[in-house]
Design a protein around this ligand. Structure first.
Ligand SMILES: Cc1cc2nc3c(=O)[nH]c(=O)nc-3n(C[C@H](O)[C@H](O)[C@H](O)COP(=O)(O)OP(=O)(O)OC[C@H]3O[C@@H](n4cnc5c(N)ncnc54)[C@H](O)[C@@H]3O)c2cc1C
Length: 415
């Protein structure tokens, strides 16, 4: 089949790779000048099935409410005059109960575990290099109460087959001596030995190169404007260069996905949740973290990537702007300096802000749309790098009419 993939983020490129492997003739249309230029550019890099907890949890509404007057909340709500935002928030709040959080976490964990296996397979097939680091990720807690609560709730991840170790302060620092400076601040951690990390941008660029060598046509610098339809079928993709026809189309436009299909009556509840990242040069390896991880109290993620240290923080439900000011990074840097002060050059960071394409449940939308030849692979939220290769394999299986290797419950398009 002739298939057009819309978007060359990590989701579009992994999808193109799997479709190519199935023998399809694949074209990718991307408005940026290359792959992984939007949300897949500078994320935290964590391949983190051990961090698959649903963000819509019983504690989230309180955080959102407090964030209206306090700047220190992990999830921040910035109300806008936007029907899209309020519709999303209403559905998100509807998921913030114990029962939904357990279901959503279990489903996310299943997809993440599968996806990590698919990532390994793709790396074995292609040899793509992306500053990969294996050996686990450390999720550490600063208070006894939060540590004990985490130790109790990690069973749900163990049930999904993820090996989680509960470590006290000393065992945490022994696992990663880069945390020694923060020893007195750490109550304990969850350690996921099979979690890993790597640069999603490097991976996507490398895989796009492999796709192109295999015959995938990349049309960069071309903006998708609309979809032409006849009945319940898409006949062409309308771009700023004209119409492009195909047998099937796969939507992988991240946060922009709902906008393209709205006119077709497809309602995708995907809304941007903004985060900030800073990339620093490591200057003293002995003080730098050996493994990636998360300071759970501050939701500060850190990840060594070769000679670089990537930091990310903040989840803002605030609209589509990717702009940032130095002040947006102040708290992140204060906390990171306290952890890894002498490890990296804080004087010349590379700053970035990105928009997580979040659904209310945290599960992506993968499968056929109400239009017979329009497929969806979008809405991977805060875990798109972790979920990408599994989501792509599932999408390719569905296109081929094969049953996917895992249960796809929770991934269907509702609109
Ligand atoms: C701060 C932060 C930290 C994160 N950390 C992690 C992490 O540690 N681990 C993890 O698993 N995930 C993480 N994520 C999430 C992950 O980065 C995303 O889920 C993932 O990048 C989404 O990929 P995507 O391909 O769907 O979207 P994108 O990468 O945004 O790709 C969509 C593409 O579509 C293109 N496009 C949009 N509109 C059009 C149009 N009209 N025409 C043509 N092209 C168009 C865009 O240019 C873009 O290239 C993080 C995200 C953020 C913001």
């Amino acid at each position: 089949m002739k298939i057009i993939v819309l978007g060359a983020g990590v989701i579009g490129v992994t999808t193109a790779w799997q479709l190519l492997g199935d023998g399809h003739q694949v074209t990718v249309i991307e408005r940026a000048g290359g792959p992984a230029q939007l949300t897949s550019l500078a994320n935290a890099g964590l391949v983190a099935p051990g961090h698959a907890f649903a963000w819509a949890s019983p504690g989230a509404p309180g955080m959102m409410l407090r964030s209206l007057w306090r700047g220190d909340q992990a999830i921040r709500f910035r109300p806008r005059l936007s029907v899209r935002q309020w519709a999303w928030v209403a559905r998100f709040l509807g998921q913030c109960n114990g029962a939904s959080a357990r279901v959503n976490t279990a489903r996310k964990a299943r997809l993440c575990v599968y996806s990590q296996a698919m990532l390994d397979q793709v790396v074995a097939e292609t040899g793509v290099r992306f500053d990969e680091k294996r050996g686990g990720l450390v999720y550490f807690y600063r208070t006894r109460a939060s540590f004990e609560a985490a130790a109790a709730k990690c069973q749900i991840l163990r049930d999904a087959g993820i090996a989680i170790e509960v470590l006290d302060r000393d065992a945490t620092v022994a696992k990663d001596p880069g945390l020694a400076a923060a020893r007195g601040e750490i109550a304990g951690s969850l350690f996921a030995a099979t979690d890993a990390s790597g640069d999603a941008h490097l991976f996507t660029v490398g895989l796009a190169r492999k796709c192109a060598e295999g015959g995938v046509a990349f049309r960069y610098g071309e903006e998708v404007l609309d979809l032409r339809t006849r009945g319940r079928e898409v006949t062409a993709v309308v771009t700023d260069r004209g119409d492009v026809a195909a047998d099937a189309i796969v939507l992988c436009l991240g946060v922009m996905s709902p906008h393209l299909v709205e006119r077709l009556g497809i309602r995708l509840l995907i809304y941007p949740v903004k985060g900030y990242s800073a990339t620093l040069t490591i200057t003293d390896r002995s003080l730098a973290p050996r493994l990636g991880g998360v300071d759970e109290q501050n939701l500060l993620a850190y990840c060594p990537m070769g000679e670089r240290l990537r930091l990310t923080a903040t989840a803002e439900i605030a609209g589509y702007s990717t702009g940032f000011r130095p002040a947006d990074f102040r708290v992140m840097f204060d906390r990171a300096r306290a952890l890894f002060g002498g490890a990296a050059d804080f004087g010349d960071p590379e700053l970035w802000a990105g928009l997580r394409p979040m659904t209310p449940t945290g599960m992506p939308v993968i499968g056929r749309s109400p239009y017979a030849n329009l497929w969806l692979n979008t809405g991977h939220g805060h875990m798109g790098w972790t979920m990408a290769n599994g989501a792509a394999r599932i999408l390719a299986d569905l296109v081929a009419g094969r049953p996917p290797a895992i249960d796809t419950e929770g991934m269907a398009c509702e609109g």
